[in-house]
Design a protein. Sequence first.
Length: 216
Amino acid sequence: MFYDIEKRLIDIVGALIMGILFLPIWIIIPILLKLDSNGPIFYKPERVGKDGNIFGMYKFRSMKMFEVDGKVVHAVEFWNHNPKLFEKYKKAGWKLELDEDPRITKLGKILRQTSIDEMPQVINVLRGEMSLVGPRAYVEPELKDAEKRYGKTISKVIKESLSVKPGITGPWQVSGRNEIPWNQRVAIDADYAKRKSLLYDIYIILKTPFAMISKW
């Protein structure tokens, strides 16, 4: 109980500090996004949160907008018209290398490599939907596909990882990110959920900046 209260207090204080500390980014990135490509500043995809609850996760848009049947849509719709690439995306653990992903803008590559696109998630933290540190926020089809791909044994691991709020950063982000196979990623998240350690949270927070710049 005390862990949950202390973690929530740290989340609120930390989110407010991040919002103030990175104020220049909140000003500069929207301008660069508008100069780089057409579309909204923020993207709000649906993610699976604690106990399987669905929420809209705030991110700086890193993908292009596409025109489908005369209607401008977000790049998520791109998969409906490119099934072969979507299958490759799924088989690769729900990821593609940035250079081979046609959905990502030039600026979006930088935002993703540095994790700057994740910064608006402080809004989700303040709303109580996310934590500063926690498991990855998964996409619902991704979890359903995993149960088909890895069998019933993965279901228990997924359930454990969903027992806590997803985080802006987390154990998998500081342990190799996309280089880690999907089933190992969720296992790392499940282990984090079992620990309930504020010291481990602090360790992950301190390690996150180095993970962010590791691509450079």
